[in-house]
Design a protein around this ligand. Structure first.
Ligand code: BG6
Length: 477
């Protein structure tokens, strides 16, 4: 179990708390990781009694926890740890009451599951009212700003009240089991690292394809788009884990220092290396413009980019990234395509292909290494490419069933005081510093995203991004 804690969730009645944070805490309680002395305090504007809050949490758990993990006795025990304070984030109401319930002598964590505009107000009140002790931790969510200036302002507002070592900026991709596995694959095996550079890697593809649209989130999403919503944070983190130098130790600042260097080494993206798209109506569902409720929207629901990292390791190896909504399948993977051997001793080239290492992040997490072998049979030395395929679920069996979801793991890391899987302020700012001119560029050029049919792999021009370089995207199945 983790140490005894008081966790205050601001925005406890909101969507994220209901979908992820509270069900995640329940699952950690069920797994025995939370001690009975721990307390979870919901804080939000609504006037609710403790009993009403508990009932709403029970409903959220019934809705979002898989049936196999629903357990009446465990639920009752979990609800007993909960209480509620009605609070005004920008006023005086509720703060004295919060002070009375948060214990000074246990691990204190404050989860800001609220709009970023409230971060500064809440941080200020937590210290002004003497609620947060010197070791208190605060947890903040994306969007962490919408550009460099706003991210800087948020960092500055938090820094007035909390030290960087107290601030946990969540990127839930870093909490995913397979994303952490990227570091294990790279740094716990001798096999890959010697080849992990531009001398041996032809190119890297990172794909995060989704089937969902922006249903119900149009107001937020239309101001963000795929670049701000997915690339600046989640995909950037994947890119960093693939491209970074080995940290000297698996330690928060050692890892984050190396990620930061990758972001700083990113070249500006050329306009011809960007393809943006917007999904059309289809399959009985409205198109992006309907979902966003904005007929003139130029926001992208799909983006593909070609990037270069200017450092010794990667100069000359392009990274192709793409992400989009309403695509053919929900599929996230990283594919490292190696260069061809320098010389072939075989005459038969018919089945010749480069080696590819595919790391599947979701669904069906696993790894697949495509290697050349001799085609069996009497036909002489004919070559064929076959996959060395490993599904982690098959390889590890039951061990995977109990794997905590990203939020469960990250919340427990906050309580443990481990910042390795959280973004540091300078990392977020560096990511925005790279993102801003890319977005600014297409805005200045007045570019519109290209329409694409839902259920496909995105706009046609994204194919050209690859064909131009004599490469092709891996298929989204
Ligand atoms: C969120 C984005 O951060 O990540 C969403 O705001 C996106 O638009 C989601 O759908 C994807 O997360 P996951 O875990 O489903 O891959």
């Amino acid at each position: 179990p983790v140490e005894v804690f008081d966790l205050v969730i601001f925005g406890a009645t909101g969507d994220l708390a209901r979908r992820k944070i509270l069900p995640g805490l329940y699952l950690r309680w069920l797994a025995g990781q939370i001690l009975p002395e721990a307390r979870v305090i919901g804080a939000a504007r609504a006037e609710l009694s403790d009993a009403e809050f508990r009932a709403s949490v029970a409903a959220a758990i019934a809705e979002y926890v898989p049936p196999a993990r629903q357990d009446a006795a465990a639920l009752a025990g979990f609800l007993d740890r909960l209480s509620y304070v009605a609070i005004d984030a920008t006023g005086d109401k509720g703060w004295a009451q919060l002070r009375a319930v948060v214990r000074p002598d246990v691990v204190q964590a404050f989860y800001f599951s609220v709009a970023p505009t409230l971060f500064g107000a809440i941080a200020g009140r937590l210290t002004a009212h003497g609620i947060a002790g010197p070791e208190a931790r605060i947890v903040v969510e994306k969007p962490f700003g919408r550009d460099l200036a706003s991210a800087r302002a948020l960092n500055a507002a938090l820094a007035q009240h909390f030290a960087e070592s107290q601030i946990y900026r969540i990127d839930h991709y870093l909490g995913k089991e397979t994303v952490q596995n990227l570091m294990a694959v790279r740094f716990a095996n001798i096999l890959f690292e010697p080849l992990w550079n531009s001398q041996y890697v032809d190119h890297v593809q990172i794909t995060v394809a989704e089937t969902v649209g922006v249903e119900g989130r149009g107001v937020y999403y239309d101001k963000a788009g795929a670049m701000r919503d997915m690339v600046q944070n989640h995909i950037m983190q994947l890119l960093c884990l693939i491209a970074m130098e080995p940290p000297y130790h698996f330690d928060p600042d050692a890892v984050r220092d190396e990620k930061l260097k990758v972001i700083r080494a990113l070249d500006p993206v050329r306009p011809e290396d960007i393809v943006r798209g917007q999904y059309l109506a289809g399959g009985g569902k409205g198109g992006y413009l309907e979902d966003a409720d904005n007929r003139n929207s130029r926001t992208e629901s799909y983006i593909a980019l070609k990037l270069h990292i200017s450092n010794w390791r990667w100069k000359g190896t392009p990274f192709y990234l793409r992400t989009g909504k309403r695509l053919r399948a929900r599929e996230s993977e990283i594919a490292i395509t190696f260069r061809e051997p320098p010389h072939s001793i075989f005459d038969d080239h018919s089945g010749w292909r480069e080696n590819v290492l595919v790391i599947r992040l979701q669904p069906d997490e696993g790894m697949n290494l495509k290697v050349m072998i001799k085609e069996p049979g009497p036909g002489g030395m004919r070559l064929v490419q076959v996959p060395l395929d490993m599904s982690f679920a098959e390889a590890l069996g039951e061990a995977l069933d109990d794997v905590p979801d990203a939020y469960e793991r990250l919340i427990m890391d906050v309580i443990r005081g481990n910042q390795t899987l959280f973004m540091r302020g300078d990392e977020v700012e560096a990511a925005w510093a790279w993102t801003d001119p890319v977005i600014g560029g297409w805005e200045a050029r007045g570019e519109k995203p290209q329409p694409y049919e839902p259920g496909t792999s995105g706009p046609e021009d994204a194919l050209m991004l690859m064909h131009r370089d004599n490469r092709r995207w891996r298929e989204i199945r």
